[in-house]
Design a protein around this ligand. Structure first.
Ligand code: PLP
Length: 394
């Protein structure tokens, strides 16, 4: 057998491990006494247009048109609807023939990195980062280079980035709003990043790509804006997913958009098609391709997440916990009151609180709290957080 695959398959993700523990514990002590903040599974229903469109599509009598294979890169009319939407919303140049439909952001990222990287290349990610980046990068034959963000803000540490980029750097992964910190990069940050990577690309005589991972683009609070990367940096691959914006994570639907202004854009798109083919990711789910084409611009009700964020953030700060203000996504990344975040998570379990240690996000000494849960559960969990904090104070 392939030893790398065996190792990946036999080591369960910490998040899944905690999720399974939660189910077991609920059977022992009652579901109402377990506060599971482990998984990023949207708790808000998809917007009404999703259900209505699905019902309408299912009335179609032509089964092949609905369930049959589409083109390997996705149905043209779907790619056209997405290209038109991006152009109208962000004022950027698009092209349906530079869009590749995928099974969610995980596939978008694996395909893109495989299309760009060669053996020995490096891919930079700003810690904390989504736990699977290492797997995706190594599948592409490259090495993940984690760079710690500024610990006071979780924004990019440009001095570290300047030192880390070298002749082997193929790409920089950007994830804003971020999982797990919830931090959003503003326009100044994106301009600074683009200028630095442009300069380094010239210095090393190779394009350094930005691969922007955007499942949380629409999940922002307080009117915060998320700059659209292709406007600032032409060597950009946008990896998008409807998992969070339309609350459809199990349906596996998303896309890759190759910036038309990229040098050799058409060739790189063909490399994307090749990687999709090599990895077996051809023809994203047909029914959901057709569905999202008719739901462009729709978003689940993010006000629920915003209220959850406000309740939890002010209560946790009141109890003495430290946390950078998250402006998007649905996670809080809280500083552990003891150096070992795993030990902190174990203590939290005593109070029924299931939190995820930050180690797998490339950031020790923190825990992630996924607040995409019911407001009622948050209200019931607050006293448990209070008792946990008191244990440390005491
Ligand atoms: N990237 C980030 C930052 C995520 O948080 C997730 C899922 O939680 C993914 C990618 C994978 O998303 P998808 O379910 O669309 O594959």
């Amino acid at each position: 057998m392939n030893q790398r695959m065996y190792a990946l398959g036999s080591k369960r993700s910490v998040i899944r491990e905690i999720f399974e523990f939660g189910k077991k514990r609920a059977a022992e002590v009652g579901a109402e006494n377990v506060f599971d903040f482990s998984l990023g599974n949207p708790s808000v229903n998809p917007p009404a247009i999703v259900t209505e469109t699905l019902e309408d599509l299912l009335k179609t009598k032509d089964s092949a048109a609905l369930h049959g294979y589409t083109s390997a890169q996705g149905d043209f009319s779907v790619r056209k609807a997405i290209a038109d939407y991006i152009a109208a919303t962000h004022g950027v140049k698009t092209d349906p023939d530079l869009i590749y439909m995928t099974c969610g952001a995980a596939a978008s990222l694996t395909i893109t990195l495989s299309a760009i990287c060669n053996a020995g290349d490096e891919v930079i990610a700003f810690a904390p980062f989504f736990t699977e980046y290492r797997v995706f990068t190594e599948t592409a034959g490259a090495k993940l280079v984690p760079l710690m963000s500024d610990p006071d803000t979780f924004q990019i540490d440009f001095a570290l980035l300047e030192k880390a980029v070298n002749e082997k750097t193929a790409a920089v992964l950007v994830n804003s709003p971020n999982n797990p910190s919830g931090v959003v990069y503003n326009e100044d940050t994106i301009r600074k990043l683009s200028a630095l990577l442009g300069e380094k690309s010239r210095q090393y005589g190779r394009p350094i790509y930005i691969v922007t991972d955007e499942p949380y683009r629409e999940l922002v609070y307080g009117g915060v804006k998320v700059p659209y990367l292709t406007k600032y940096y032409r060597n950009t691959f946008v990896c998008y997913s409807y998992s969070k914006s339309l609350s459809l994570p199990g349906e596996r639907i998303g896309y890759i958009f190759v910036c038309p202004e990229m040098e050799d854009a058409k060739k790189l798109y063909l490399a994307v098609c090749g990687a999709g083919r090599a990895l077996g990711y051809v023809c994203a789910p047909a029914l959901f391709q057709k569905l999202i084409a008719r739901c462009q611009g729709a978003v689940s009700d993010v006000s629920v997440y915003e209220k959850n964020r406000d309740t939890l953030l002010s209560a946790l700060r009141g109890y003495g916990f430290t946390c950078v203000q998250p402006d998007g996504a649905f996670y809080l990344f809280v500083k552990s009151p003891e150096a070992d975040a795993n030990a902190f998570c174990e203590r939290a379990k005593k109070y029924g609180l299931l939190l995820v240690p930050g180690d797998d996000f490339g950031c020790e000494g923190y825990v992630r709290i996924a607040y995409c849960v019911s407001p009622d559960m948050i209200a019931r969990a607050l006293p448990a957080f209070g008792q946990l904090a008191a244990e440390y104070r005491g």
